[in-house]
Design a protein around this ligand. Structure first.
Ligand SMILES: [Zn+2]
Ligand SMILES: [Zn+2]
Length: 145
């Protein structure tokens, strides 16, 4: 499943004439396999052993390229560093308040909310983002009282 989507991402990258480098491939692969919405820094740490000459800036630049092509979504959270999401179809996020882990969950798109918002405000809706906060199973079990 992950491999299939990875291949699709590689194909769309090829169709835009973006050159596939070993580093690009590794970053994409990490994104599609980890499913943890990593930050550029986490990706860098995971791959620095493989690519000793790669910098965090390189990782970030590559992520920006992926974002422009539309195979990666950037999730910004105020001042905290951005996280990157390889799933570009609509889905929602469950976020752990303790460790910051982000888990995807599927829920029918909230189209009705969008049309209502559009109707009430006169805005032209482009997208929406919904996040639910709590404590992940790991953090709940290791919590000390
Ligand atoms: Zn947690
Ligand atoms: Zn996600």
């Amino acid at each position: 499943m992950a491999t299939e989507r990875l291949q699709q991402a590689i194909d769309s990258l090829k169709s835009t004439k973006v050159r596939m480098t070993p580093q690009r491939h590794a970053i994409l692969e990490y994104l599609y396999e980890s499913m943890t919405h990593p930050t550029a820094d986490e990706i860098y740490k995971a791959l620095e052993g493989k690519f000793p000459n790669m910098s965090v800036a390189t990782v970030y630049n590559n992520l920006r390229v992926f974002k422009e092509v539309g195979i990666v979504k950037e999730l910004t959270y105020g001042d905290a560093s951005s996280r990157f999401d390889c799933v570009t179809t609509d889905h929602y996020h469950m976020i752990c308040n303790s460790c910051g882990k982000i888990v995807d969950f599927d829920y029918p798109g909230l189209d009705e909310v969008e049309s209502l918002a559009e109707h009430v405000t006169g805005f032209q809706v482009e997208s929406h983002r919904m996040e639910i906060y709590g404590k992940c199973p790991d953090c709940s079990t290791t919590a000390k009282h």
